[in-house]
Design a protein around this ligand. Sequence first.
Ligand SMILES: NC(=O)c1ccc[n+]([C@@H]2O[C@H](COP(=O)([O-])OP(=O)(O)OC[C@H]3O[C@@H](n4cnc5c(N)ncnc54)[C@H](O)[C@@H]3O)[C@@H](O)[C@H]2O)c1
Ligand SMILES: [Zn+2]
Ligand SMILES: [Zn+2]
Length: 389
Amino acid sequence: MRALTFHGKHDLRCETVPDPKIEHPRDAIIKVTACAICGSDLHLFDGVIPDVHSGDVLGHETMGEVVEVGAENKALKVGDRVVVPFTISCGDCFFCRKGFFSGCERTNPDKAKAAKLWGNSPAGLFGYSHLLGGYAGGQAEYLRVPHADVGPIKVPSHLTDEQVLFLSDIFPTGYMAAEFCNIQPEDTIAIWGCGPVGQFAIKSAFMLGAARVIAIDTVPERLAMAAASGATTLDFKSEDIYDRIMQLTHGRGADACIDAVGTEPETTASFDSVIDRIKVATFMGTDRPHVLRQAIHCCRNFGTVSIVGVYGGFLDNVPMGSAINRGLTFRMAQTPVQHYMPKLLERVERGEIDPSFVITHRASLEEGPELYKTFRDKKEGCIKVVMKP
Ligand SMILES: NC(=O)c1ccc[n+]([C@@H]2O[C@H](COP(=O)([O-])OP(=O)(O)OC[C@H]3O[C@@H](n4cnc5c(N)ncnc54)[C@H](O)[C@@H]3O)[C@@H](O)[C@H]2O)c1
Ligand SMILES: [Zn+2]
Ligand SMILES: [Zn+2]
């Protein structure tokens, strides 16, 4: 089959690899009808995530048609149309039974490595390094889905691929980011990053009843999309974000702040970002938490900081003094996607949201390597790429 494979930093290729096979009786194989490039894939592309091997197939936002099922899989049958969550979860361990699917303790065969870095291991993920299981990803013609009787959700035929594909990751992630904020009717929610995740966080914050959303980015098309969803937009290159948020909230700060940027913020906009960049480049640090610092500063006393932007290791100079003295609550996670899929599919079916609004580029797998660059560089108005193998 054809698939997008990793061959080192900034070197992705579309090449022929062996077809996946059923390896366990609960598996299923799906023929991919649509897959997307995620902001998290850019951390792989940019060489920020360790332990990605040459030839690894990338991709974790995938849907398609079931073409083969293992003997013990009673949940799926050939011909079912499914969306696959990016988290691989057994459905039966201590964490899965509590709904913390991304904390599954059985699906990461590399758990010792992850535990060394993080104290314990989260779930395995599709196409996301040998720290997180080394599973082949779904930017390919076919995908093996382990524990396929737990993860994939069947989708009704009247909804298009583009309307349901993002149930695999960015819609649940944006929704979870907003849900973490425990939104009350008067609330102002500030959201850093108007990438795909930020866009879904904006829509979700309004769905959950926020009075106002302040969205922060610098890319004109992304700010325009945020404004079209009803957000008040701020450009971090031309405005002082802290001053503007204080102005808009009568000096109090936002009720909750969402970090939908993570470890790769734009480098030049602030002094601390430049220092972080130098530290990471010289192996003196692992992450660049500029946005997290700013989100903490801009949050009101006893407000919530909700983190969905991904960080990898050890974050320097995070203002914990501000957080403890002002009573902030921190919420964060790799999304337990399976927990959110059914209720968000219902919202799509009821017409409360059409997730395809975020798509700007449609392409073939062969065009994938070029589109990673276009997406990373935010060229040609690119906000979200969907590939149809
Ligand atoms: N927690 C999860 O389960 C989960 C799931 C999906 C994605 N993510 C993470 O969410 C983050 C966003 O993903 P995405 O797909 O939207 O990616 P993206 O890279 O397209 O979006 C990031 C946006 O942040 C903006 N930005 C950069 N510096 C900024 C700053 N200083 N202030 C405000 N905005 C700034 C960029 O211009 C860009 O629009 C990534 O870190 C990704 O890994 C997490
Ligand atoms: Zn993702
Ligand atoms: Zn589990």
